[in-house]
Ligand binder design. Structure first.
Ligand code: FE2
Length: 372
């Protein structure tokens, strides 16, 4: 049964915490950065590689408003990142958090039982003060804490390559709204408890197979959030179905748990989807009956429903307001990571009302891949 609560039941371990950036491991960071720039409207921000003293890998930092991506590629076969890529393919390695004190955040998490990946690294040089530390997360993913607010560059070894060149119309993408994990069967509550215990986050939405299921598959999901609402981390696990669920398909192709989707908040979803479609991005398509059913729900919206229908944008509402959203097809050949575009009009939900129709659409795609 679904529940929603806006009461924060966690602990205030962090004065302030927010998404700082997401680091992807990719096979070819130079080309991946062009994809995100040309399609999503990112621009260059910083770079590190052999030319800047980083001998074993190259990292491109790109930015769109408050969204920062780091795209990293190894330069040798025997690099640990090469092993990661061989197993998972291109995907998210690190969800990095912006905190006031890296040392406090890291030590607190370690004391509460987190596993270290790398201890606090802090420098005070001619560019200012920089600090960073890493802990383990689900699968082969990590979380880092970072503070580079008083550092002139992105990080040591990086050069600034910021540019304001606009290649296409503004995609209106503003910030990261939430980041979703897929974990193994019966592991959802383990990771829920992990984020409650280690981060002091609070579970505020939960739903299971009685809420969302089709003839073939279903999922269980719980959403964790920080006290300030800036970090929202839904966690999914597969639930028994007649055939292979989309979560199981993900786990098979990712060879384990990982990030299923990143939701990017738009300030004008009609423009975002128009521009992204124009730039060649492919979205999930819902059945034509979706808008007929929607009209019967009588949701009061500011947008022109015909425009939403034309662009395939989905709507969901709750007692606080409504939201508009749309999901891309997987953005690499493995059916793993995809992107959500979301605009909120009061609702703090995740589009639960759309899950049923979305599942049916995803199953059509799974069937086309022969994985249903
Ligand atoms: Fe989402």
């Amino acid at each position: 049964m679904a529940y929603f609560t806006d009461k924060f039941k966690g602990k205030k371990y962090f004065k302030d915490i927010s998404f700082h950036h997401v680091e992807y491991y990719v096979g070819n960071a130079k080309q991946a950065s062009e994809y995100y720039k040309n399609i999503f409207g990112f621009s260059d921000y910083a770079y590190a590689g052999p030319e800047t003293g980083l001998k074993d890998r190259a990292s491109y930092v790109i930015r769109k408003n408050k969204v920062f991506y780091v795209l990293t590629t190894p330069l040798k076969a025997n690099h640990p990142i090469s092993e990661w890529l061989l197993k998972h393919g291109d995907g998210v390695y690190n969800i990095a958090f912006n905190v006031d004190s890296v040392e406090e955040a890291y030590n607190g998490c370690i004391n509460r039982g987190a596993q270290s990946v790398s201890d606090v690294f802090a420098v005070n040089d001619k560019n200012g003060f920089f600090s960073e530390a890493f802990i383990k997360s689900y699968g082969d993913c990590v979380h880092s804490f970072i503070n580079n607010r008083n550092y002139k560059l992105w990080a040591p070894n990086f050069i600034d390559n910021r540019t304001d060149k606009k290649k296409s119309k503004d995609t209106k993408i503003e910030l990261i709204d939430h980041i979703v994990a897929n974990v193994e069967l019966d592991k959802m509550d383990f990771w829920k408890e992990y984020y409650e215990r280690i981060f002091g986050f609070s579970a505020f939405v939960r739903f299971d197979e009685t809420d969302i299921s089709t003839k073939y598959s279903s999922l269980k999901s719980v959403v964790l959030r920080s006290d300030n609402w800036k970090v929202k981390l839904p966690i999914n696990e597969p639930a028994e179905g007649l055939k292979k669920s989309q979560i199981e398909e993900y786990l098979d192709f990712n060879e384990g748990p990982g990030v299923q989707h990143i939701a990017l908040l738009s300030s004008d979803i009609i423009q975002t989807i128009k521009v992204l479609r124009n730039n060649g991005l492919k979205f999930l398509k819902l059945s034509d009956t979706y808008y007929e059913i929607l009209e019967k729900k009588n949701i009061v919206i500011k947008e022109d429903i015909l425009k939403l229908k034309e662009l395939g944008i989905l709507i969901d509402s709750d007692e606080e307001g409504y939201l508009l959203q749309l999901f891309t097809q997987p953005i690499q050949d493995r059916p793993t990571l995809f992107i959500e575009i979301i605009q909120r009009r009061g609702s703090r939900g995740f589009g639960q009302g759309n899950f049923q129709s979305l599942f049916e659409s995803i199953e059509l795609e799974q069937d086309r891949r022969g994985n249903l």
